[in-house]
Unconditional design. Structure first.
Ligand SMILES: *[C@@H]1O[C@H](CO)[C@@H](O)[C@H](O)[C@H]1NC(C)=O
Ligand SMILES: *[C@@H]1O[C@H](CO)[C@@H](O)[C@H](O)[C@H]1NC(C)=O
Ligand SMILES: *[C@@H]1O[C@H](CO)[C@@H](O)[C@H](O)[C@H]1NC(C)=O
Ligand SMILES: *[C@@H]1O[C@H](CO)[C@@H](O)[C@H](O)[C@H]1NC(C)=O
Ligand SMILES: *[C@@H]1O[C@H](CO)[C@@H](O)[C@H](O)[C@H]1NC(C)=O
Length: 383
């Protein structure tokens, strides 16, 4: 594959004008203002700035299946502003076991910047905010903001979708463990009630247990459910989404296979090999090479096998945290250091020589290597 950014720019320039908004949807403006203000630490600042990648799905045919797309995604998307300064600012909410901020931070672009930059899959980790009443965003024991709520962030995404009605976004939601907060029945009830009330019902694809076409999903979110509703009463039966429960997710797996719809024989193939297991003190190159092996092997399969199934490949990872002199943090894994290239540079090079459907490619430090997300997007156009 030969990729020239001038050609890409011409391609995407044609996509910047969207289509009219799906009819009859209205967000409450006061609620939106609150959401954009209180949600800003997680969402970022909303700036209406059409970019080359903000409407990349516009010219793809309606009948294209979502599983047939190559989609840039972000791992632990909400960590984008979790600097050491931010962690220090939030010290009131910190548990004693908290590590330095660099161990938790996986991104540097805000969620709105990710959306405008073409990201169409988000990994969200939620749990109760401090106080166990509202729900917010976490990474492990790190509270990413004590006040922004899950509902604020949803409102922000609904607003973005109103401005980008040709686009669809896959949202993976996971209950974050090790936050020291309970995931009790009331927690699941709050999520369930949010998703099943206005305006959410108009912004989430309601197809149950199956993933459809782009035409059915434009202007909406697609729910990938990485938790179970077991704590809800059976009477709460308006459940929807693609069921990828945590217990089906082999820990640190290079080749996870989950059947999410038995009847239709629909499966997800997932690479989530996140912790490298080489001897402590191994070189950066050795750690990144081990991860790249797992990721490129999975992407190779995604481009040639089970083309009608969902493929998700995590390019994110870390290693050797006990070696505090040289921990392989998510940033070192993604971007490398003075001695070796990281995953993102290696993936960009790999993409120069590969074609085909990749499925979802989940990145850390999205946007730090120019052209990487664009190269994934370009595969949808057969460039
Ligand atoms: C990002 O973190 C910095 C440093 O703590 C803080 O000043 C800033 O307000 C944060 N940005 C947002 C959008 O919350
Ligand atoms: C929140 O839940 C945790 C775990 O059950 C508990 O330790 C903590 O005291 C609770 N906080 C509040 C404010 O209720
Ligand atoms: C969270 O909200 C409380 C109450 O409005 C406020 O006092 C506090 O400063 C906020 N915390 C952060 C980190 O924004
Ligand atoms: C979706 O499927 C699940 C599990 O098969 C079921 O419990 C639920 O009631 C279904 N939801 C709807 C809205 O049909
Ligand atoms: C990649 O990993 C597999 C094990 O999953 C191993 O057999 C193979 O030798 C590795 N390849 C490279 C180039 O490291």
């Amino acid at each position: 594959m030969r990729l020239h950014f001038v050609e890409l720019a011409v391609l995407f320039a044609g996509l910047v004008c969207g289509r009219p908004s799906p009819s009859g949807r209205h967000l409450d403006m006061d609620r939106l203002t609150t959401a954009l203000t209180r949600g800003a630490p997680i969402l970022g600042k909303y700036v209406q700035s059409p970019s080359l990648t903000s409407n990349w799905m516009a010219t793809l045919p309606d009948e294209r299946k979502l599983v047939e797309l190559s989609i840039p995604g972000t791992h632990d998307a909400a960590t984008w502003n979790y600097s050491q300064a931010r962690q220090d600012e939030l010290s009131d909410y910190a548990s004693s076991s908290l590590n330095l901020a660099k161990y938790y931070r996986c991104q540097e672009k805000s969620m709105f910047d990710m959306l405008d930059g073409g990201v169409r899959f988000f990994d969200w980790r939620i749990a109760y905010n401090p106080g166990n009443e509202t729900i917010g965003f976490h990474h492990g024991a790190a509270v990413l903001d004590p006040n922004a709520t899950f509902q604020d962030v949803l409102y922000g995404f609904y607003h973005w979708l109103d401005q980008h009605p040709t686009e669809t976004v896959l949202i993976s939601i996971n209950h974050e463990g090790s936050t020291g907060t309970p995931d009790d029945a009331a927690y699941y009830k709050q999520i369930y009630d949010t998703l099943n009330s206005s305006p959410s019902t108009e912004y989430w694809v309601q197809a149950n247990g199956t993933i459809g076409t782009l035409g059915e999903s434009r202007g909406k979110l697609v729910f990938l459910q990485r938790f179970s509703w077991d704590k809800l009463p059976a009477s709460d039966d308006k459940r929807f989404g693609i069921n990828l429960p945590g217990d089906a997710w082999t820990d640190n797996g290079r080749d996870i296979e989950i059947i999410y719809n038995d009847e239709l024989d629909q499966k997800a193939f997932i690479e989530d090999f996140y912790e490298m297991d080489l001897a402590s003190g191994s070189s950066t190159d050795a750690f990144v090479s081990e991860k790249f092996n797992a990721t490129s092997t999975h992407l190779q399969k995604a481009s040639s096998e089970a083309l009608d199934q969902l493929w998700i490949t995590f390019a994110s990872g870390y290693a050797d945290y006990s070696n505090t002199d040289h921990p392989i943090t998510p940033k070192v894994m993604a971007l490398g250091d003075d001695t070796a290239w990281g995953m993102n540079q290696r993936l960009l090079l790999w993409l120069f020589a590969h074609r085909g459907r990749l499925g979802v490619v989940v990145l850390d430090f999205f946007g730090a290597v120019p052209g990487l997300a664009e190269s994934i997007i370009a595969l949808n156009y057969g460039i």
